[in-house]
Design a protein around this ligand. Structure first.
Ligand code: 6PG
Length: 241
């Protein structure tokens, strides 16, 4: 596995770097085609979304971008916990991205049915490779326990699931979740972890140095078909490296 590690001053500079990456990828997308991005929730990407809605409103041709979700908490879209809700507040409500280019996971539906609907939607909207949908870019976060998407350490079977999208739950809060599985994430052309803060520095060190315990962390099982994964982190998250 080849980890492309990029260390930036702080969360804002990490967000700028990811925004620039998106801008370059949209530029490289031929007219008539789309750049498909799956985004994560949690707190880390909020800065990026705000930046995209402000400074990158004009410099990115948003008509060419289609936005999907890596995972969703099974709550209403207006709930404070909703990943879509956070992205909407920070960015999408500005209507820069055309509504028909936004493909949210419906957290308010019955999780198993919604996972099935989303699998079908991805089958229809995206190209396939090895039997799984192919995203151009997947943006991931990592929890303090090494989880990514809604794939938690106790459920590593979701890394190699035959389903492209699954219903699951957060083992700490029992909150139901819908998530892309590892085979779908690992099928993307590019995968970028956005990680900030010192609390994650020990885990990052173990993953990058391939420590024996890293095998229990879902985040350590993420790699694209070319064997590559990008880590965009801030100095605080790099303190143990
Ligand atoms: C979610 C996620 C999750 C998240 C990590 C990091 O819905 O909770 O998509 O995988 O990316 O938990 O979350 P923070 O950015 O809040 O640390």
């Amino acid at each position: 596995m080849q980890i492309n590690l990029q260390i930036f001053e702080n969360g804002a500079s990490v967000s700028y770097a990811v925004a620039e990456l998106i801008k370059e990828k949209v530029k490289a997308t031929p007219d008539g085609q789309f750049l498909t991005i799956a985004v994560s929730g949690g707190t880390t990407p909020r800065l990026l979304f705000e930046l995209l809605g402000n400074e990158y409103e004009k410099s990115i041709d948003w008509k060419k971008v289609r936005i999907f979700w890596v995972d969703e908490r099974c709550v209403n879209p207006t709930d404070r916990e909703s990943n879509f809700g956070m992205t909407y507040d920070a960015f999408l409500q500005k209507s820069i991205v055309p509504g028909e280019n936004i493909f949210r996971m419906r957290g308010e539906e019955i999780p198993e049915f919604e996972a099935e609907r989303y699998r079908e939607l991805l089958r229809k909207e995206l190209p396939a490779r090895f039997g799984y949908p192919v995203f151009d870019l997947i943006l991931l976060g990592m929890g303090n326990d090494g989880h990514t998407a809604s794939i938690f350490p106790g459920d590593l079977s979701l890394i190699d699931s035959e389903l492209a999208v699954a219903a699951t739950q957060n083992p700490y809060t029992q909150q139901k979740r819908i998530t892309l599985t590892g085979n779908t994430i690992n099928n993307a052309n590019q995968i970028v972890f956005i990680i900030t803060g010192e609390s994650k520095s020990q885990l990052i060190k173990e993953i990058i140095q391939n420590a024996p315990q890293a095998k229990y962390y879902p985040a350590a099982h993420i790699v694209n078909p070319k064997g590559k994964v990008d880590f965009y982190i801030d100095k605080a998250a790099a303190t143990k490296l």
